[in-house]
Design a protein around this ligand. Structure first.
Ligand code: HEC
Ligand code: HEC
Length: 334
């Protein structure tokens, strides 16, 4: 009898062990985090909260056909614009020697490096500056006329077709009407004080001069070669109609990208420093170009558009350097 009870006990123990093993296997399979440390769970939660930023498609997937050839030419034109369309360009001489890539970093793919992730999905787009629905062609020519202080490209030229093909290919996986996370420029808070060009100059001399030069003139390897460091002001830089001439755009660009090598998640400057350096850069001379047809409705001018007339009664000076909060508050209350 004792023998039988002992055998029975052994069987029960084996049975319990099998059930336990089965339970653990199932638990691990469907909820592996149970056995992770507290810390690793916290990092996981942070990863989930961080929005996934848009990533450009791999250039190795550009088709090997005629359209692919056009896309690759477009990418080349964005990266080395000056070699093709600059003052000594081999195709045309229609621009100031800057490259699209100087401001649309890594051929328009860098997170918060003013990338093109949302262009294909958002254009044609209504823009208050022109008061019109704009195509990608129109938008590209805007940058050529302003940022490259140049003459627009014919929409039927191979160069325009190639640029549009590349930008369209880049954004092909972003659903129509949606903004890709991390496209354009990083968000920043408005300053409570005016941005300060004097403080900005001090910082410029410490942090920017080495590449962009004392007079913001940039650097070339030799007199007629292209810029290795682009000009920030002066005759070869973007003109007063350009997007970067607005201090909010310039400081947001600088904050996430300059000194060169900075990124949005490891910036080298504080927001305040970026505002002050931007104030210094926009205080200096550059090609002046008026676009009379801009802002058909003056009440739609962005708060930091530095040229009047304005609908709100604030000065050009305040619209250029701030403080912006009181202008924003007044515009909001209207
Ligand atoms: C000096 C800097 C600079 C250069 C050079 C430049 N751009 Fe831009 N570009 C900008 C800025 C800043 C914006 C955003 C302006 C704004 O939203 O007010 C912009 C916007 C654009 C947009 C619209 C992006 C969007 O998401 O709506 C396109 C397309 C574009 N640029 C194409 C080009 C092309 C092509 C070139 C070269 C031929 C070029 N840009 C050269 C500064 C530049
Ligand atoms: C190590 C060299 C280096 C330093 C330092 C540096 N930059 Fe740049 N900067 C570059 C390069 C290179 C580009 C063009 C990027 C490209 O084409 O990929 C650029 C582009 C720019 C542009 C857009 C193009 C233009 O000419 O307007 C601005 C604005 C700019 N830098 C501002 C600054 C400011 C402000 C600082 C100081 C906080 C700074 N940079 C520090 C190398 C540098």
């Amino acid at each position: 009898m004792k023998e039988i009870i002992r055998l029975f006990n052994v069987l029960i123990v084996i049975f319990c062990m099998v059930i336990l093993l089965l339970g653990v296997t199932l638990l691990l399979r469907y909820n592996p985090s149970v056995f992770e440390s507290h810390e690793s769970l916290i990092t996981k939660a942070a990863e989930v909260q961080k929005p996934k930023l848009w990533q450009a498609p791999d250039t190795a997937t550009i088709p090997k056909d005629k359209e692919g050839k056009r896309i690759r030419y477009g990418r080349e034109l964005i990266a080395h614009t000056s070699d093709y369309l600059g003052p000594n360009g081999k195709v045309m001489n229609i621009s100031n020697g800057m490259n699209c890539q100087n401001c649309h970093l890594e051929a328009g793919t860098k997170p918060f490096g003013n990338n093109y992730g949302s262009v294909a999905s958002m254009y044609p787009k209504f823009r208050a500056r022109s008061g019109k629905l704009e195509s990608i062609v129109k938008r590209v020519n805007d940058c050529i006329e302003r940022s490259l202080n140049g003459t627009s490209l014919d929409s039927l030229s191979e160069e325009m077709k190639a640029i549009v093909a590349y930008i369209t290919w880049l954004g092909k996986d972003v659903p129509k009407g949606e903004k890709a996370a991390g496209s354009g420029l990083v968000e920043m808070k408005w300053l409570d004080r005016p941005a300060d060009p004097v403080a900005g100059k001090k910082l410029y001399l410490q942090k920017c001069l080495i590449c962009h030069g004392y007079s913001g003139e940039g650097q070339r390897l030799s007199a007629n070669s292209h810029f290795i460091y682009p000009p920030l002001w002066g005759e070869n830089s973007f003109n007063t109609g350009a997007g970067l001439f607005r201090i909010s755009n310039l400081s947001r660009y600088i904050r996430a990208n300059m000194p060169n090598g900075s990124t949005y998640d490891s910036p080298m400057l504080s927001e305040d420093q970026a505002w002050d350096i931007a104030a210094y850069v926009v205080s200096l001379p550059r090609p002046e170009k008026k676009f009379k047809q801009d802002w058909p409705k003056i009440e739609t001018k962005p708060v930091d558009h530095p040229f009047g007339p304005y609908a709100d009664g604030f000065s050009e000076e305040q619209h250029k350097y701030g403080p912006f909060r009181e202008i924003l508050a007044k515009n909001k209350s209207k």
